[in-house]
Write a protein that binds this ligand. Structure first.
Ligand SMILES: *Cc1c(COP(=O)(O)O)cnc(C)c1O
Length: 359
């Protein structure tokens, strides 16, 4: 069976060797040596100033909304994973959907201003599939209207934009280290910010609001990453560059295979160094997509409809749906093909042949 992705598992003895360090101290959570080491590695590898490792990639979104003190309406993209929208609702705010760019698939910055009302407090946009939003335009709009900016950068591990880590943009950026993501800790995630003040706030928020053992700085929740998760991340780290290189070669094969046909792929924003995180293809109609998906499924190949259904269809936000025809069309016609290191040449060729045979 071939799925859309396959978790990279490091050699078990290497994971065990790192775990042994937790056994030696007897300390498996509450920010032990492994979490601290992982955070330091992340800072160096990604070139970021402040990072808080967390237990998944959803809590950093919720904590970002909390530490920025957001209220009322948050302008967001309807084309993302559900956690982008659900975090807004979970924090008691109202998501306002703005349509996406038809090729970049990120929020259409030219449509943001029309959605701003006196109740708008922020823009929460997703660099979907690791493709950067139009960061300069969003920054300018945010400054002009005194809005905060959060980037859901769950797909962006290792991505740079204009020579900088993508996590350095916006007031806060978040990433997911879920097992299905490019870099993973099983479950895990992180919050990034350039502001020391926001970092301090996020730090105490993710640890019950603790200020040392016997005092509290304010409200908090438990979003701490455990040592067991950090050990997985540390064991995956040495393989990252090789993983990305192998994905790149699969990407080149797929691009070559599909370029003369009636399907399109992601258009990367200029000045992006991408991480080869996903391989989405967009068909002309949903009928073709369903035909291709069925044929692949019959061959025990399971691509995924990322992201379907469109978030405008969520039953808890329907009334805020807005005018989002492009994202609704994209949700119906986009399919992410299997894309991971270890997929193998034979499988890639088989996928190509099945896709082309159903067009
Ligand atoms: C995976 C993902 C998340 C949530 O991350 P978890 O680590 O699974 O909690 C949030 N946003 C997007 C866009 C994602 O793809």
């Amino acid at each position: 069976m071939i799925n859309v992705t396959k978790t990279f598992l490091p050699p078990q003895d290497e994971y065990q060797a790192i775990l042994n360090r937790a056994w030696e101290t007897g300390w498996i959570t509450n920010r032990g040596v492994l979490v601290k080491e992982l955070e330091n590695k992340l800072k160096k590898y990604l070139n970021v100033n402040h990072v808080v490792a967390m237990t998944n990639g959803t809590l950093p979104l919720q904590i970002a909304i909390k530490v920025l003190g957001l209220k009322g309406e948050i302008i967001t993209t309807p084309f993302s994973y559900v956690a982008t929208t659900s975090s807004i609702v979970w924090e008691g705010c109202k998501p306002i959907f703005v349509d996406i760019h038809p090729e970049y698939l990120t929020i259409d910055e030219t449509k943001i201003e029309a959605a701003i009302t006196p109740d708008t407090s922020a823009i929460l946009a997703t660099h979907v599939f690791g493709n950067p939003c139009h960061i300069e335009a969003i920054d300018a709009i945010a400054k002009k209207h005194h809005l905060k900016v959060i980037y859901d950068a769950a797909h962006c591990f290792g991505v740079t934009y204009k020579g900088q880590s993508i996590f350095n943009y916006g007031d806060v950026s978040t990433c997911s280290f879920h097992a299905t993501k490019l870099f993973h800790t099983g479950e895990g995630g992180a919050l990034f910010t350039n502001s020391k003040a926001l970092y301090d706030k996020a730090y105490y928020h993710h640890n019950f609001g603790h200020l040392g053992e016997e005092a509290f700085q304010g409200l908090g929740i438990n979003a701490k990453m455990s040592e067991l998760q950090a050990a997985m991340g540390l064991a995956v780290f040495p393989y990252l560059n090789a993983i990305i290189e192998e994905r790149k070669s699969i990407f080149i094969f797929y691009q070559e295979a599909f370029k003369m046909h009636n399907i399109s792929s992601l258009s990367l924003r200029p000045e992006t160094v991408w991480n080869y995180g996903y391989y989405p293809i967009i068909f002309e109609t949903e009928e073709v997509l369903l035909r291709v998906k069925k044929a692949l499924n019959e061959a025990q190949i399971f691509p995924r409809r990322y992201f379907f259904p469109n978030l405008g269809k969520l039953n808890y936000v329907k009334s805020n749906m807005g005018n989002i025809p492009i994202s609704q069309k994209v949700s119906k016609t986009i399919l992410c093909l299997p894309f991971y290191s270890g997929l193998g040449e034979l499988n890639i060729k088989r996928i190509k042949e099945i896709v082309l045979s159903e067009l």
